[in-house]
Design a protein around this ligand. Structure first.
Ligand code: ATP
Length: 306
């Protein structure tokens, strides 16, 4: 049986000569919270639109539960909040939900109330959605995308522009959907640190292409602590490390060596190097941040805030 809820095979979308999504083969495990990371313009929205059936792929395949996703479109198996939520500002939360439910053909008053409670909007009464905070609008948008009880929820940059409280509310909601409703969620962001708290899997894309796909554990491994030794005598440092049994060191540049998984032995390493007369510029424990890892992978100097 296929372990992936969603799998794409060489998915491509071109606009004119531009390949917005370029040969993308992603694997989203059932029940995962899949963080799709890429800088502005990397192709996240285009990818999500194709999955949600809002844009037609130029080529490639989308497989949902191991079958062609075309069979699932119209069956409410996918809920999506892409770009601005389609909310009518002069209507209440309930009426917005009702409109969407009727349009989807699944109107049920109890279900709407249940979803409004789930996203924390039960008590908004007669308040018009236009008066909601950005966070409330996002939560209403998520509730609307849950109307068909989808298996897969797609959220495009849902925390963009939210204040810290709003970010926490959305994060907790996504965790709840995953934990209590066993929903598979794909969530995009251009800031890895924001997703790091909730995502169980990651797909890193750059200029439409997949750079790396990895699980949370693999990501944490990548960003594990290491001892960083700075010295002009890198060769001698490496020799000494090998003799001490630390063969997994990495020479980062002509004056920097990093040694993973030995942070508890930094003192001992320091002493040994000193005893050998190796002059150091510095020795310290450091951890690559998620953001550094992302920037290194996508070959840039930070995100491009447009
Ligand atoms: P952002 O975080 O800025 O939304 P993104 O990763 O979601 O970026 P996309 O919106 O998918 O990226 O855009 C990928 C590329 O495709 C961009 O260069 C964009 O200009 C281009 N593009 C997207 N939609 C269209 C369209 N309808 N027509 C032409 N080009 C498009």
């Amino acid at each position: 049986m296929n372990e992936y809820l969603l799998e794409t095979v060489c998915l491509t979308k071109t606009y004119g000569h531009q390949r917005a999504v370029d040969d993308l083969s992603l694997h989203v495990p059932k029940g995962s919270i899949y963080g799709l990371i890429g800088r502005n313009g990397a192709g996240k929205t285009t990818f999500m639109k194709m999955i949600a059936g809002l844009a037609k792929p130029t080529s490639g395949e989308i497989r949902l539960f191991g079958t062609d996703a075309e069979d699932s479109i119209g069956q409410n198996r996918i809920g999506a909040l892409i770009e601005a939520p389609g909310i009518y500002g002069d209507m209440t939360a309930f009426d917005n939900m009702r409109l969407k439910a009727v349009a989807t053909g699944v109107y049920h008053r109890g279900k709407i109330n249940e979803l409004l409670a789930l996203v924390g909007l039960s008590d908004t009464g007669h308040k018009k959605a236009g008066q909601f905070s950005l966070g409330m609008k996002q939560r209403l948008g998520i509730a609307m995308s849950l109307i068909g009880t989808p298996d897969l929820l797609i959220l495009d940059e849902p925390i963009n522009g939210l204040d810290p409280v709003g970010v926490i509310e959305i994060r907790e909601l996504i965790e709840k959907l995953s934990r209590e409703y066993e929903m598979t969620v794909i969530i995009s962001s251009h800031i890895l640190d924001e997703l790091a708290r909730i995502a169980t899997h990651y797909g890193i894309i750059n200029e439409g292409k997949l750079v790396r796909e990895l699980s949370k554990e693999e990501l944490l491994d990548q960003c594990a602590e290491c001892v960083e030794i700075r010295s002009d005598a890198v060769k001698e440092v490496c020799l000494a490390l090998e003799e001490m049994g630390y063969a997994a060191y990495e020479v980062c540049d002509s004056a920097t060596v990093r040694v993973p998984n030995c942070c508890d032995r930094v003192g001992e390493i320091n002493m040994t190097l000193a005893r050998r007369g190796i002059l150091l510029r510095g020795i310290s424990v450091r951890q690559e941040s998620l953001e550094e890892f992302f920037v290194n992978l996508t070959g840039g100097a930070g995100e491009n805030h447009e």
